[in-house]
Design a protein around this ligand. Structure first.
Ligand code: IMP
Ligand code: MG
Length: 185
């Protein structure tokens, strides 16, 4: 580890604020509080495994609706790599998203390949709406033009771990987000 970039308290407060905003937007999308109470079963959160597990677990507990979770696994950093090598879906995509209000959730938006891919395959199923929520967004030139509707924190182009983010499969359990330098490995 190099240094703590975003501590756990700051993350918790930001995740709560994001959840509140997403809930308000979904309420509006569904036609107001009463309509939302009746039709919120059409909300599906799709966390991208494995990095999004910590974020989505905290986020959905701030969304007071009847919603479901449909996971999708994507691999983009094979082995001991800090550079995205493209994205590929591993296993099944959630089905029956037609007419659903989908919120795709990931730990970080970097090159945009992962979220671009998932957004495309969700779109093919004709959902009623699609939103993208990420805990972190890197200030980089993206390989794919993907914009997140909800961003926890904008960060510089550094490799980070913790709160779900890994290096070679490790460090996901760190409660804070920390930078990791190649020289520190
Ligand atoms: P993208 O496809 O390049 O946008 O990368 C997104 C995926 O790469 C995320 O789902 C992360 O799992 C991973 N990733 C990108 N940057 C970092 C980082 O700084 N630390 C750990 N994982 C990262
Ligand atoms: Mg990852």
């Amino acid at each position: 580890m190099d240094r703590v970039l975003i501590d756990r308290g700051t993350i918790a407060r930001r995740v709560e604020a994001l959840g509140t905003t997403i809930a308000a937007d979904l309420t509006a999308e569904l036609g107001g509080p009463e309509a939302a109470a009746l039709s919120s079963g059409r909300i599906v959160f799709i966390p991208i495994l494995t990095g999004a597990v910590v974020f989505v677990a905290d986020l959905i507990r701030h969304i007071p609706f009847k919603l479901s979770l449909g996971v999708v696994a994507v691999s983009s950093y094979p082995g001991k790599s800090m550079e995205s090598k493209g994205a590929a879906i591993r296993g099944e995509m959630p089905r029956n998203l037609e007419g659903k209000h989908v919120v795709i959730v990931d730990d970080i938006l970097d090159s945009g390949r992962t979220l671009g891919l998932i957004r495309d395959v969700v779109m093919e199923q004709n959902p009623a709406s699609i939103r993208i929520a990420v805990l972190l967004s890197k200030r980089v030139d993206r390989a794919r033009d993907v914009r997140a509707d909800y961003v926890g924190f904008e960060i510089d182009d550094e490799f980070v771990v913790g709160f779900g983010l890994d290096y070679d499969g490790y460090y996901r359990n760190l409660p804070d987000i920390a930078t990791l330098r190649a020289s520190a490995l």
